[in-house]
Design a protein around this ligand. Sequence first.
Ligand code: ATP
Ligand code: MG
Length: 404
Amino acid sequence: MRQPCVLLKYGELALKGRNKERFERQLVHNLRHALSDAGFPVRIRRRRGALILSAAEYSDEPRQQARTQREFLVRARELIGISVVQPALRVDRTPEAASSAAVDLARTLRPDGTAATFAVRARRRNKDFPLTSTQLADRVGARIQAELGWPVDLSEPQVEVAVEVDRAEILVCVERHRGQGGLPVGSSGRALVLMSGGFDSPVAAYRAMRRGLACDFVHFTGAPLTGPASAYKAYALTRRLARFQGEAGVLWLVPLGQAQRALATAGAGGLQVVAQRRLMVRTADRLARRGGAQALVTGDSLGQVSSQTLANLATVEEAATLPVLRPLLAWDKEEILTEAARLGTAEISRLPDEDCCALLVPPSVATRSTPGQLARLESRLDVNELVGELVEKARPLRPDPSGG
Ligand code: ATP
Ligand code: MG
C-alpha cells in the first residue's frame, strides 16, 4: 500500500471527554461539506488527535493522485478548526515501507539532487509496534543517509521527516502547513452576520466563525433607490467566506430604500444613520430567530465612524433582542485591512458599489443618541409594521462555493 493523503491535526484542543467528541464530529461534518463538490468520493479516517483525508478510490495515475492531494491540501488549509495540514504518504506498518516512502518524499524536495540536512521525528500514536520511536527514527534516518547522502542535523534541520505509526498504517510527511486553527464552525452555535459591502463585516464574520459560530448573512441594499452592485458584493463575500466554514450559509437580501425614505420624512435629521441601523438590527433579529440563530454579528469597531460611538452602539443594540456580537470592537482599521487581505475579502470589498448607508445622510451625523430619542422618532411611523414589511421582502440566496 502506498497512498497519498493529507494528515490533519486539530491540536490537543484543551477539551476533554464529550466536548472533544462533539468537536471532532463537527469537524468531520464540516470537512465533508467542504469537499462535497470535489467531484469524487472522499474518505476520512479518524485517528487520535488527527484525521486522515484521502480519496475513496485512487486513480492509478500518479499525476492525478498528486492533483487530488493538492486539492485536499488547499481546502483543508482554509477550513476553520484544523491547525496543521500535512501532505503524507500512507504506507504499510513496517519500518521498510516507512523508510522507502521517506526516501522518495525527501528526494522530491531536492529534484536537482543536492543534499539537505535532515532529521527524522518518529512517534507512535499506537504503541504496539516492534520498534520504539527512537529505533524507528534511526532506521528511517539511516536509509535516507545511505540512499541520498544527506547529513543529519537534529537541532536545525532543513528538512523534517515526520513518521507516525498508527493502528493500521504508517504516515510519512516532509511538509507541514499551518491551517486556520480555531474551533470547528458550528460547535458554538449559529449567528446572523450583518454584512455590508465594506472591509469590516467579512472580517468580523471570519472571527466569529473562528470561535465556532456557523454564520448566515443579511445584507441591506438601498433598493429601489440604488442598483444591485452592493448585493453582488455581499454575495461574492459570503461565497468567499463559505470556504472557511464548509457550508455556505444563507444570504438574505433586504431592500431598505423605502424605509430609509420614511425615516427621513419622519424627520430623523442627524439621527438618520442610527435610526437605519436600528431598523437593520430589528429586521436581522427577526430573520435570525426564524433561522435558528442565537446572536447577531456586526463589523463595528468602537469610534471608527460617528455611528460607532459608544452611545450610538448602545442605542442600536437596544433595538435587538438577541446579543449583538462585535468581534472587531477593539481592532484598528489597519489590523482589519491586513486580515481582510489575508482572507481574500479585501479585493471584493474594494469594488465600487452604492452603499445604502450613503443615501439620505444628513449634513452632520449625531455622535450621541439615546434610545429615548430614537423611540420618539420611531413612534412617528409604525416601526413594527415597517420591520414586518422588510422581513416580508427579504430574499434568501445560498451561495454555491464552487460556482462561477
Ligand atoms: P464595514 O464596517 O463592513 O466596513 P461600512 O464601513 O460600510 O462596512 P459601517 O458604517 O462601518 O459599515 O457599519 C458598521 C456595521 O453595520 C457593519 O460592519 C455591518 O455589520 C453593519 N452594516 C452596515 N451597513 C450594512 C448593510 N448595508 N447591510 C448589512 N449590514 C450593514
Ligand atoms: Mg466600518
